[in-house]
Design a binder for this molecule. Structure first.
Ligand code: ZN
Ligand code: MN
Length: 256
């Protein structure tokens, strides 16, 4: 958004991809800021845009409802949820507006897991609104391109698994690499283990989420792992995007 409108017009006329980071305002334990998901999405989008010659739009800084089993849930102060219909409408409008100005490649880079189905829905509806045959939209979460094996290599002491990765080792390591001054390492602690039910209860009952807010112990996060993850994610996202754009029938690298 440093661009002037003629600069934007020239870039778009030159088929430049446009990236939309979509984060959340959500509790991230005792040691990470509420805007963690947004910050990670923005910083990764800047790197990917650098590699692809793309433009990064201002992020969506609010996200879909935080769920107990993936984001700790919405009973923590500071977590601000969008209704799914709101997020769908925002994405739909942005798709339509970007397409109207000639954008033909739009990449929604997610920093918050719960955004995924609503962003896909908004993208599909926006695509339907504009009916431009060559408008291509990718919806990618950075975690989609990280495999369990990668994390076993990066965290030899063990990785508790994606189901518990909220404000835990991975997000904390990314933040230590991206913005160490915003991580309160001295506040990291073990979390009280809980076994959430494999279904959703609404409102979220107390006791199904660790009171600390992290879903697993963040200790073991480190800046070195964060830098390695950023390099890996950057390369994989760029590869996945290039592949999807040149060979739309092919599948993007899936997480396991
Ligand atoms: Zn997060
Ligand atoms: Mn989140």
């Amino acid at each position: 958004v440093d661009l002037t409108w003629p600069e934007y017009a020239a870039r778009v006329a030159d088929s430049c991809p446009v990236l939309l980071p979509i984060g959340a305002l959500e509790q991230h334990g005792q040691h990470l800021p509420l805007d963690t998901d947004t910050m990670i999405a923005v910083r990764l989008a800047e790197r990917v845009a650098g590699d692809l010659g793309g433009i990064v739009l201002p992020p969506l800084v609010y996200g879909a409802r935080s769920l107990a089993r993936s984001g700790g849930g919405d009973h923590f102060p500071g977590t601000v949820n969008l209704d799914g219909s709101t997020l769908i409408a925002l994405v739909r409008d942005i798709v339509r507006e970007q397409a109207r100005h000639g954008v033909r490649t739009l990449i929604a880079l997610l920093g918050h897991g719960e955004n995924d189905p609503f962003v896909i829905e908004g993208a599909v509806l926006g695509q339907r609104d504009v009916a431009v045959a060559d408008l291509r939209i990718l919806v990618l979460g950075w975690w989609h391109v990280v495999k369990s094996e990668d994390l076993e290599d990066l965290f030899p002491d063990g990785f508790p698994g994606w189901d518990l990765e909220h404000a835990a080792r991975v997000e904390t390591s990314l933040m230590l690499a991206l913005a160490p001054e915003r991580v309160h390492c001295e506040r990291m602690s073990a979390v009280d283990p809980v076994t959430p039910p494999p279904y959703s209860v609404l409102p979220t009952p107390q006791g199904t989420v660790p009171v600390q807010g992290s879903l697993a112990d963040p200790r073991g996060a480190n800046e070195e792992a964060g830098h390695a993850l950023i390099a890996l994610i950057r390369t994989r996202l760029v590869d996945a995007i290039r592949q999807a754009l040149t060979d739309p029938g092919s599948e993007i690298v899936a997480s396991t």
